[in-house]
Write a protein that binds this ligand. Structure first.
Ligand SMILES: [Zn+2]
Length: 168
């Protein structure tokens, strides 16, 4: 499983193809959103700055080096990257929020081949179950396989923890 979160997160709405073209995810351990691909930031900003309740609100789109597909992370409260940045898996790209067409803090996470209407099954690609529930992609504090180490900051109950996480 490869999620945009560190530690526990929830699936609050499933991928339903045309009816809902991504997974809605809510961070439990942290609201930080991390890149799930190596690639280039193609968009970072408001979908419609003159109507901040529209669409994805503040979102980031990353073009995956391997597939060329666009990876979208919607509804952020703030964005930590800019257009043209090269990002790698685990880099922090923003903070979960409720901007755009959203009723509560979450990340709309979807993958599109070529813009709207060309979505692919993000659950199948990411390994995140297409089922409401609480999950964890296996990144935990500690040491181990150094190729998968990553430095992160976790915010838990308002307290900030920094350290190195290692994938199980
Ligand atoms: Zn959604």
């Amino acid at each position: 499983m490869n999620s945009p979160y560190m530690g526990d997160f929830k699936v609050t709405q499933e991928y339903k193809g045309n009816d809902h073209d991504g997974l809605d995810l809510v961070g439990i351990a942290s609201k930080e959103i991390h890149s799930t691909v190596n690639g280039i930031v193609e968009f970072a900003g408001w979908e419609n700055s003159s109507d901040q309740s529209q669409g994805f609100g503040q979102y980031v789109k990353i073009i995956d080096d391997v597939s060329g597909y666009g990876y979208y992370f919607g509804h952020m409260s703030s964005i930590k990257v800019k257009v043209g940045d090269r990002v790698k898996i685990t880099d922090i790209i923003g903070i979960e929020g409720s901007t755009g067409n959203s009723t509560g803090s979450h990340c709309h996470y979807c993958i599109r081949k070529n813009g709207k209407g060309t979505h692919i099954d993000v659950s199948a690609v990411s390994g995140i179950p297409n089922k409401l529930g609480t999950y964890n992609d296996g990144y935990v504090s500690g040491s181990g396989n150094k190729s998968e180490n990553k430095s992160v900051t976790l915010i838990i109950d308002g307290i900030t923890y920094s350290g190195t996480l290692t994938k199980k």
